[in-house]
Design a protein around this ligand. Sequence first.
Ligand code: HDE
Length: 764
Amino acid sequence: VQALAAGMPHNLNKAGEHGFANGVAPRAGATVEPQSRLPAASTLSEENGSEKLGSTAVDGLNATIEPLDRVRVDSTGRFLTTNQGVAVADNQNSLKLGTRGPVLLEDFILREKITHFDHERIPERIVHARGSGAHGFFECYEPCTDITKAAPFQAAGKITPVFVRFSTVQGERGSKDTARDVRGFAVKFYTDEGNWDLVGNNIPVFFIQDAMKFPDLVHAVKPEPHHQMPQAASAHDTFWDFVSLMPESTHMLMWVMSDRAIPRSYATMQGFGVHSFRMVNEAGESVFVKFHWSPVAGTHSLVWDEAVKISGADPDFHRRDLWERIEAGNYPEYELALQVFTEEQADQFSFDILDATKIIPEELVPLRKVGRMVLNRNPDNFFAETEQVAFCAAHVVPGIDFSNDPLLAGRIHSYVDTQISRLGGPNFHEIPINSPVAQVHNNQRDGMHRQAIHRGRVSYEPNSLAGGCPFQAGAAQGFVSVPARLQAQDEQAKVRAKPEKFADHYTQATLFFESQTPVEQDHIANAFRFELSKVTVPAIRERMVASLRNASEALAKKVAMGLGMDPLPAPLPRALPDPAAPEVAKSPALSLLFRPGDGSIKGRKVAILVAPGVEGESIKKAQAALLEQGAVGRLVGPRIGPMPTASGDALDADASLENEPGFLFDALILPDGDEAVAALAQDGHTMEFIKDQFRHCKTILALGASRLLLVKAGLPASMDKSQAQGDTGLLVAEAAGVDEAMSAFIAGMAKHRHFGREMDPPLL
Ligand code: HDE
């Protein structure tokens, strides 16, 4: 009420609203024009110069700071009402004829409540059903007017509000986050000139080359239709049957079997536009671009055993991580970079830039950094925002255009179409999270759930009765498609066919595999082994290995060995026996280790085990050292609640060995204190904590007496030996030396994993 009286935003608890005005500092050294402001609270009244109803969205202003406030509801201090605003006197009892009599039909309050409840669910997305969203902003680094007139790229420091949704593809809405799967990385830019949706993935290539095959791919990967299994998994017959018959998917399979498909966090994965797009400048000149998002925190992934365990203990692992990072002010941040190239360059490449199963190596076309995106506000309501947001590959703005990629063509159609059944009609653009900042004026009318109240009697163009309004913007301001290059005469016939280079299915699969570090290669081989071992039909396994032989003989052999397949099947016949020589044989940028990030441990979670009699001072110091780095040190005890320390005070354990298993944490600290160590040694959970942390190659610090726990858990008999082997993630220190030990611990965590100790099969 006070906030309303003071004319302030309704949601005071949302400190991280879009833009600089609310405490998000511009990056160091940025030239920032004062383009961010808080407009007055908007309403639907015509006097109010609202961005929806009259005033122009002023260039560069952060106009969506407020618009959602128009529809936000805060019921603090309010009566309960019906949907008609009638105050409800009793929300406990239906209206009956006497206390034991029948319920009366006239009880409109009961009927409204139940009826609304009956219709609460909407269909989930056909793919990408499981997802999590966040608000944020995009900040342009430098004007990109040489290549595009698109609004977000016009001035250094210019802010464009965004809403982002990350997702898995295969599983249903309630499925686990840590499935082996592609992640969706969809960004809605609310630009001054209309909404632009960059609907990408965390993998820069795709399984198929033509939209014609998309329904087949999805039918193959989704739970099998007869028994609806498996959920959130690709390790089953129909998927591998399909992809082994579609050699064009081999490159994508390399990525999906790599650790990219089990990210540690949405904040630590890349995003890609996948297709070649076009950018167009004021002069109408066009270039091709590929879009790359790279996380400032670096690219980090889980390991498979960890992902499997997490999915049981916390199916919301990524959703929770995203939420908690934002609430803690560790805002996920990504840099946007473009690969810019001309049509003439594209003609020379050994691959076809219209083929979504191919990348353009960064070594061939370098990345041009153009801006950054910061996710700084959690949604208020999951359904209203994250579920109802409707991304669409067709949503482009002047300055951005499509290429002729045949996969993209299908997407341009599909996304609007699917919303019509998912969101119940053609007016889904009026749902607040979808409505653009730019004004909407046209003659499209009516339909289910229409919100806008159009005035006057004119809903056609041309007209004279409304002075010709709304009128065509013309080429200077309106969207103009890039005229396609004239094609040679023989390319102009209607055909159902592909260009020849599309038939090179293996060169880039090889490039990807060869560009991985040995550990990453092992993980890829193990993932193929795991997935194919779940396939029940031997012929499918054999066909897949036969296909892999064309990509990497070493990989095929390793997978075959893991499947007990001997001898190897003959390689699958290649569609293009003699493909063009690739420009690069190795692309280091394809390895996850290429982007270790800023070296910080912000947003990471550390388990600090405690038990009665724990040496408290070193624990407090360790916790404080982590907090200072933006990481969370959680005290995990045999039970939650106060934990008496050796010196007589108490620490508050807010998690238990049972309710937060070890694999949910990025690192582990074991405490000093004889009594505490003895208690922890008696608890099997402790050993599981240590084994999992060790097996998953995480950083472990044992203080004082707890060194015994490492031995009891069966870690390599001599810790000294392990340290001598250079395992900087296995640390032993006296409690008195905790300050120094924490520096080494934090440095160890910043390395993310210590793969040097990994063994297959695992030692523990
Ligand atoms: Fe999608 N895709 N897709 N897709 N896609 C959908 O749209 C489709 C493809 C991607 O968080 C659907 O609103 C076709 C590539 C993301 O809401 C649907 C084809 C890429 C999301 C659809 C593709 C994507 C979707 C389902 C092949 C990476 C989630 C619900 C021609 C560049 C967006 C919906 C969100 C969602 C169709 C292939 C990314 C059915 C026909 C390639 C991130 O319209």
